[in-house]
Design a protein around this ligand. Structure first.
Ligand code: NAD
Ligand code: TYD
Length: 363
């Protein structure tokens, strides 16, 4: 276990929030393994989306500490900053699912807006008079830019136009991050990334939901006509971008992250069906019979597409694998980790699923 002698010899202490979630667990793993002289403190409230199973391979690493706690807690967060004297913060903790934000918007305001402001405030107080070398990095989403038509891309200059309670809460958090930079000189960074996919993705989201439903021969619920477009990025490529931006990004700047990989939902689901037919030894076309068009999501954004040329040009980041490779690896991971999925989808998630999808009769 981590002890005070090691603390003294470690170069930096970094707070990662939301590290038990999908993207956060990939970021924690990368930092714990790549930077043995950093002490990584993972703060997570372990909501329905947080799962310590995601990090069992690094749980006993000497440079890793897990802290269970809530980013909205006004007493606890300043105490945590005092206890650990953080050099940097990588903030991922959030409510992250658009459909849940439609049924419970206030939970998103509490966590994503107030929680972020609470962290900013704690950093401002703890770092007073010693901001040099510190970094407060907020992980945001391309959804803050709104919805594109058939043409064009989101750049860092695209005006904010959030349209769901989720994206509005993330946009608001981004504004607070910039306000703390301009008003208090807090050394901040923001990145806005497109949709991620890969292992440990909670099965309320499209790709793992479809993999799980195909496996159990359950309907594949396609919202509306399935013509909405998302720009998919391999989660480890996002984690690699976060590493680069945290270390080399210019304070006060924003970086867009995306892999130029646009897919309509229906094409993506058909592709998943093909892969699953092959992996499960089913006849070609069998899984696609599960495709079921259902009532559209309220305010469903048509298209997201990221221009990440600034990040590529200025910091030299590139996606490392193709979507075809990434999807194969993702499907393999879910098929090999059925126990992880079974543990995640029992109990509360089952109730969420029944409620969410029974209200969407076939269209
Ligand atoms: P996730 O829902 O899988 O994980 C969120 C984590 O935050 C969970 O471990 C949860 O327990 C924790 N958490 C929630 N509320 C908390 C609170 N009040 N205090 C402490 N911890 C709390 O989310 P994700 O998909 O991994 O997304 C991580 C971040 O990346 C989010 O900020 C999200 O907005 C952003 N993002 C996600 C995507 C994507 O495609 N998933 C794309 C771009 C940006
Ligand atoms: P999702 O994974 O929820 O991510 P986001 O809404 O943040 O982009 O959804 C991806 C796309 O898939 C989005 O256009 C909504 C659609 N979708 C469905 O068609 N059916 C589903 O059951 C879900 C969860 C999503």
């Amino acid at each position: 276990m981590y002890d005070s002698i090691q603390l003294l010899t470690m170069e930096k202490t970094i707070l990662i929030t939301g590290g038990a979630g999908f993207i956060g667990s990939h970021v924690v793993r990368l930092f714990v393994n790549k930077y043995p002289d950093y002490h990584i403190v993972n703060l997570d409230a372990l909501t329905y989306a947080g799962n310590l199973e995601n990090l069992k391979d690094v749980a006993d690493a000497p440079n890793y500490t897990f802290v269970k706690g809530d980013i909205t807690d006004e007493e606890f967060i300043p105490q945590l900053f005092e206890k650990y004297d953080f050099d940097g913060v990588i903030h991922l903790a959030a409510e992250s699912h658009v459909d849940r934000s439609i049924s419970d918007p206030l939970a998103f305001i509490r966590t994503n807006v107030f929680g972020t402001a609470n962290l900013l405030n704690a950093a401002k107080e703890a770092w007073k008079g010693k901001m040099e070398g510190k970094r407060f990095y907020h992980i945001s989403t391309d959804e803050v830019y709104g919805s594109l038509g058939k043409e064009g891309y989101f750049t860092e200059e695209t005006p904010y136009d959030p349209r769901s309670p989720y994206s509005a809460s993330k946009a608001s958090a981004d504004h607070f991050v910039r306000a703390y930079y301009h008003t208090y000189g807090l050394p901040v960074l923001i990145s806005n990334c497109s949709n991620n996919y890969g292992s440990h993705h909670f099965p309320e989201k499209l790709i793992p939901l479809c993999i799980n439903n195909i496996r159990y021969n359950r309907p594949l619920p396609v919202y509306g006509k399935g013509e909405n477009v998302r720009d998919w990025l391999w989660v480890d490529d996002h984690a690699a971008a976060i590493d680069i931006i945290f270390h080399q990004g210019k304070i006060g700047e924003t970086y867009n992250i995306g892999g130029h990989n646009e897919w309509t939902n229906i094409r993506l689901i058909e592709k998943l069906c093909e892969i699953m037919d092959r992996k499960l030894g089913r006849e070609s076309g069998e899984s696609a019979k599960l495709i079921t068009f259902v009532k559209d999501r309220a305010g469903h954004d048509l298209r997201y597409a990221i221009d990440s040329s600034k990040l590529q040009r200025e910091l030299g980041w590139q996606p490392s694998i193709t979507f075809e490779e990434g999807l194969e690896k993702t499907v393999d991971w879910y098929l090999e980790n059925q126990e992880w999925l079974d543990n995640v989808i029992n109990g509360d998630y089952q109730n969420y699923y029944e409620k969410q999808y029974s209200e969407r009769e076939k269209s």
